[in-house]
Design a protein around this ligand. Structure first.
Ligand SMILES: [Fe+2]
Ligand SMILES: [Fe+2]
Length: 263
């Protein structure tokens, strides 16, 4: 199987003192995106336990989820949290996260593809495609060297997560085949689900606490900010990479891939 990327980097290895504060302090867009990402990453701990329970009949999967995946996702969150707390110390990360977690943990259940473990792996590949490409876009959005280093390191691990989930998908599907149509439907459903799910919930709580002095958070203003952030990411989004990763579980014949120039 694909191995987990080495734990070659950690919080202590990051040159926090080298952060270019002047470059970052004006970047409200990055403050929102990084803080929301830190929330979702740290909360992966909860999802990892749900997933491990779901795959409890396969020790190889459970071991990888618990010893590599969960730890790496949580470390992504902790790293981003430290970056946020270093650059924007006035933001109360702890309180904002507590509110986010309160809402997120209620809806964090195994996705509805439970009828097939292989399809759950397809769904996980979609999620990892989303995170890998998100961090690639984030790295392109800033010239601040410390943040760039962090996002590129995280991106590399998200790609490795994708490879592991894809490996498990192949393993499961060889025992219990599923049709290409069901795989395609899973990819599409997960994409639609992802569009308005975790990230919006996280960004909402960042917004509420960024405006903690305002008695009533303004939903219309939040929608405007959300739209602007989506547009910002879109401008740097690696579309070709995303398509290639998304359709990989379809295992299209080489001729078809050549036809749509994906090789
Ligand atoms: Fe992550
Ligand atoms: Fe990941």
């Amino acid at each position: 199987m694909k191995k987990n990327s080495s734990l070659a980097w950690n919080l202590d290895a990051i040159p926090w003192n080298s952060i270019d504060f002047e470059l970052m302090r004006q970047r409200d867009d990055l403050f929102y995106l990084i803080t929301a990402a830190s929330f979702v990453e740290i909360a992966a701990e909860l999802y990892a336990d749900n997933l491990a329970t779901y795959f409890c009949d396969d020790q190889e999967i459970v071991d990888w989820l618990q010893t590599s995946w969960k730890k790496e996702e949580v470390r992504h969150g902790q790293t981003l949290r430290k970056y946020v707390e270093t650059v924007w110390p006035e933001f109360n990360w702890e309180t904002a996260y507590a509110d986010f977690y309160n809402e997120y943990s209620k809806k964090c259940v195994i996705s509805p593809y439970g009828s097939s473990q292989a399809l759950e792996m397809v769904a996980r590949c979609v999620v990892e495609t989303g995170t890998a490409t998100f961090y690639e876009a984030l790295a392109a959005l800033t010239s601040e060297p410390v943040l760039q280093g962090i996002t590129l390191n995280i991106r590399a691990e998200e790609i490795n997560h994708y490879k592991n989930f894809y490996y498990f998908f192949n393993k499961l599907v060889s025992d219990h085949p599923v049709s290409r149509l069901r795989i395609l439907l899973t990819i599409m459903s997960r994409l639609i689900e992802a569009r308005n799910d975790d990230s919006e919930c996280a960004l909402w709580h960042v917004y509420c606490h960024d405006n903690a002095n305002v008695s009533e958070p303004n939903k219309a203003e939040f929608k405007k900010i959300y739209g602007l952030l989506a547009k910002t990411i879109k401008g740097h989004y690696p579309v070709a990479v995303a398509i290639k990763m998304l359709i990989k579980p379809l295992r299209l014949p080489t001729e078809v891939k050549n036809l749509i120039q994906l090789n």
